[in-house]
Design a binder for this molecule. Structure first.
Ligand SMILES: Cc1cc2nc3c(=O)[nH]c(=O)nc-3n(C[C@H](O)[C@H](O)[C@H](O)COP(=O)(O)O)c2cc1C
Length: 526
């Protein structure tokens, strides 16, 4: 297993795409913003089915998001709302002549490499088939019909990445960003599914099957245009019924051709195709399966809902934004802090039912302004094994003082970490002005040796944790921002991570956002 040549490719990719204080990972020397790849991909020469534009709002308070509720039937109205709350546009922003769309999930550079696919079988109001979701005008574009028949209705969402959208701006490091984005998307899907009483389940498909299901293996269709990388399919189902196990595999009557996004690419980053190929593979078995691995920590009660603001969950989802700046002053109340951290732990959010893989990513916190907690470096291991393996991997001088009665939160070091957080996060002020900045440490060597596809899955897990933080913060009137730009090995040096047993793969900042009053907001679908 250890001589698997894919491992060498992945390790080399990870190493060469690290940012260093004196040198950033390879990327374009200049950018022509006028020539940015198209943000939306059209499928030409096929039928387009407009989805209902009724308001996706529901009167379910944030604190009840994860409560059991009867599963909604599969129909086109529910599908429309599910998409509005997960991967649709949520607003247009305008500043001067510039106009850009925001979606229910964040994306590195707002470049949105993830494409959404709908696989529908006996969904009322929609013919059976495979559809591309067209976020731009909230419609679905027909790709193929099905010859298969199942005993009951089925609905699946599939996801692909167009890596060029990210690579255009970020060069070689872009593959990492595509995977982090996908984690945010999966977490958004889990939240939206919970509101419909649906259980989302990840399909464990080999890559060839996955690509076949989503049509990305049809090389002739993609001739001369940017390819799409098949990532994952999520089955939605009523908890008691279990999923229709597989989407139809016998597609018929293919139609439509993908539009070209960038007619004149100025650069090429072949390592992205190499690492994509090396990381194709199945998800690991579900928690409790044969290699159940790390035991999640039982979640202890954190705060009761009535101590905190409790807005409708759909409003939280639709108004989510990344902070572009934090005020650098506000002190986060302890109840808000605990609610956010609680959501990151297995059991603390509907996301951790979708992500049925043992926890392998653990947040470290650079805490600047949180009520009753000394500024400094903290750790929140998300499993019992995480406590011991991080204890062995992190700097041995760290204190490991229990910092909370309800959460597995440990103080490693008391210190003013604002300047360090800024420096580590590519000198970005958001990391210092936040109430706290998170560094996500992923177990690296062991998961990769078990399954090279873990390189993607670890980034998904980090993206999901970030998304949980963002939505829990948003619900309480605070905001989060992903930080994909950080100096990898300086993180490791500070944390005392001497080898690649653990690697930091994402940063996140949470604080009180400052709004830019010059930017106006326009509705998602007018
Ligand atoms: C993986 C990832 C990395 C990001 N990295 C940064 C970053 O380094 N600095 C920053 O200010 N914002 C960063 N962001 C935030 C994006 O810029 C933001 O999501 C995007 O502009 C869309 O805005 P919205 O989240 O408000 O919809 C990142 C977001 C993601 C998902």
């Amino acid at each position: 297993m250890h001589d698997d040549p894919r491992l060498a490719t992945i390790r080399a990719y990870h190493q060469r795409t690290k940012h260093h204080l004196e040198r950033y990972a390879a990327g374009p020397k200049s950018l022509d913003w006028e020539a940015q790849p198209a943000a939306f991909r059209r499928w030409r020469g096929t039928r387009c089915h407009a989805l209902p534009r009724t308001s996706p709002e529901l009167a379910i308070p944030w604190s009840s998001l994860d409560r059991a509720r009867p599963a909604a039937p599969f129909d086109v109205d529910r599908l429309s709302r599910m998409l509005r709350l997960s991967t649709a546009i949520t607003a247009w922003k305008q500043y001067g002549h510039a106009r850009w769309a925001l979606r229910a999930h964040p994306s590195s550079g707002n470049l949105h490499p993830t494409e959404t696919w709908v696989l529908a079988y006996r969904v009322e109001g929609l013919a059976d088939g495979l559809y591309h979701y067209q976020n731009e005008d909230h419609s679905v574009e027909w790709r193929a019909g099905t010859l298969a028949a199942a005993d009951r209705p089925g609905l699946w969402l599939g996801f692909t990445s167009i890596t060029w959208r990210e690579a255009w701006k970020y060069g070689e490091r872009a593959f990492r960003y595509c995977q982090l984005d996908l984690g945010h998307v999966l977490a958004a899907v889990a939240h939206a599914a919970a509101l419909h009483g649906w259980r989302p389940r990840l399909l464990r498909l080999e890559h060839a099957e996955l690509a076949h299901c989503l049509g990305t293996d049809r090389a002739d269709d993609f001739a001369g245009v940017e390819s799409e990388e098949a990532e994952v399919i999520v089955a939605l189902h009523a908890p008691e019924a279990g999923p229709v196990p597989m989407p139809p595999l016998h597609w018929d009557e293919w139609s439509g051709l993908p539009a070209l996004l960038d007619p004149k690419p100025m650069y090429r980053w072949p390592v992205i195709e190499e690492v994509a190929a090396a990381t194709r593979g199945c998800l690991p078995p579900a928690r409790g399966g044969v290699s159940g691995g790390e035991r999640p920590l039982p979640l202890r009660a954190t705060t009761t809902a009535n101590e905190l603001a409790d807005p409708p969950a759909t409003r939280v989802i639709l108004q989510r934004r990344s902070a572009q700046a934090f005020d650098g002053r506000s002190v986060m109340p302890g109840a808000v802090f605990r609610r956010i951290l609680g959501a990151l732990l297995p059991g603390g959010s509907p996301v951790w039912r979708l992500w049925d893989v043992p926890p392998r990513v653990h947040p470290l916190l650079m805490l600047h302004r949180v009520e009753a907690l000394a500024p400094g470096l903290y750790v929140l291991p998300r499993s019992e094994d995480g406590v011991s393996s991080l204890g062995a991997a992190l700097r041995q001088e760290f204190e490991w003082v229990s910092a909370d009665d309800t959460l597995p939160l440990y103080r490693l070091l008391a210190a003013d970490a604002q300047r360090t957080a800024r420096t580590l996060s590519c000198h970005q002020d958001i990391a210092a002005d936040a109430a706290f900045t998170l560094l996500f440490a992923a177990a690296f060597d062991t998961p990769l040796a078990d399954n090279p596809a873990a390189y993607r899955h670890l980034h998904w897990e980090a993206g999901m944790i970030g998304h949980c933080a963002t939505l829990a913060a948003e619900a309480a009137g605070w905001r989060g921002t992903g930080i994909g730009c950080f100096f990898d090995d300086i993180d490791h040096e500070i944390l005392g991570l001497a080898d690649s047993h653990y690697q930091v793969i994402y940063h996140y900042a949470v604080g009180m956002a400052l709004e830019d009053a010059r930017i106006t907001t326009l509705p998602a679908y007018g």
